[in-house]
Design a protein around this ligand. Structure first.
Ligand code: SF4
Length: 324
């Protein structure tokens, strides 16, 4: 029996790719990836609904390494989609060889995304992933070169599709045909396509680099600022974020919490000098319910010890913080 390993994001296209191959009796297994920027939650749900086995691989180290200098650059945000696809297909290709799958497939649709799914990009991914001839895109295969499994008769090319372009209508019709009722919206799922997250990530890359996973995870919580010195502080926006910041604090950090007034927890990454801590404490007052000109208490916790600072709440424009 022909066995295929497919990249499953859990989005509609990848689900349909499985359906198209399964219809011609091909045994499909899915693979999905995790990193600080995307998870496998949608893929887990989709694989369970499809009733197919799912492999999940954490590619944090390889992905961060690639992010330092993606050969094919970034998309509109910090999304290096072509390099990311190359990485994922390369890993899937390794598993294909080790575990005896006949080919790798994806749910890519020709020209659905102008930068990362044009003909040239699809070719580059196939070539650079080391899967030349062994990477099948069942939804657009009729418009692409014949692959090895098609040539060898393991896949019936006449039953593959020729979808292309940005319209989702053909996919919706196919979903109805295959009885696929639940799938996430096309845009969600990867933080690297989010403009706000990308702005914070770019700042981190340019200042401290992308070697610290905790620093990346912090970008998902609270408001981020740079003090005049360049030091990063994170200000919680709601109680759940305040709690998360307290959980994420590690040795060397300073945590600031309001005393006697409602306000945010502030994490000062890597601690700081007295001036930096006082500036951060003023931010705690400013983003809390303290009134400009009022003197308030802010608890400072570091290395298991807590002390009390006294600061004057600044006017709205009285802080020299730079919002990241
Ligand atoms: S959207 Fe994110 S996960 Fe998807 S290819 Fe681009 S960078 Fe990779």
């Amino acid at each position: 029996m022909t066995r295929a390993l497919g990249l499953l994001s859990g989005g509609l296209d990848s689900i349909l790719a499985v359906c198209v191959l399964r219809e011609q009796g091909i045994e499909t297994t899915a693979i999905s990836f995790e990193s600080p920027f995307f998870g496998a939650g949608n893929a887990r749900r989709a694989a369970a609904r499809l009733g197919i086995p799912l492999l999940v691989r954490d590619i944090t180290a390889e992905h961060l390494e690639m992010m330092k200098a993606p050969r094919y650059g970034f998309g509109a945000n910090m999304n290096p989609c072509i390099d990311c696809h190359i990485l994922m297909v390369r890993i899937a290709g390794g598993i294909m060889r080790e575990e005896g799958y006949d080919f790798v497939f994806t749910g890519e649709v020709l020209n659905e995304r102008p930068m990362s799914q044009n003909r040239q990009a699809l070719r580059v991914v196939e070539k650079r992933s080391g899967c030349e001839g062994l990477l099948l895109r069942p939804l657009s295969a009729a418009l692409l070169d014949e692959t090895v499994p098609e040539r060898e008769g393991k896949v019936d090319r006449s039953r593959l599709l020729g979808l292309h372009g940005r319209s989702r209508k053909p996919q919706m019709a196919l979903a109805a045909e295959y009885g696929v009722e639940e799938y996430p919206s096309p845009a969600g799922g990867c933080l690297l396509t989010d403009p706000g997250f990308s702005r914070r990530l770019r700042d981190l890359r340019d200042r401290e680099g992308l070697g610290d996973v905790r620093a990346i995870d912090l970008l998902k919580v609270g408001r981020h600022f740079r003090l005049g010195s360049g030091r990063k502080i994170v200000v919680g926006r709601k109680e759940a974020e305040n709690r998360r910041l307290r959980e994420m604090a590690r040795e060397g950090d300073v945590l600031l919490t309001p005393r006697g007034f409602p306000g945010p927890t502030v994490l000062v990454c890597g601690g700081g000098g007295e001036d930096e801590i006082l500036e951060a404490a003023r931010a705690c007052a400013r983003y809390g319910d303290a009134v400009p000109g009022e003197t308030v208490g802010v608890a400072r916790t570091a290395g298991g010890e807590t002390g009390l600072l006294s600061v004057t709440c600044p006017a709205p424009d009285g802080l020299s913080l730079h919002r990241v």
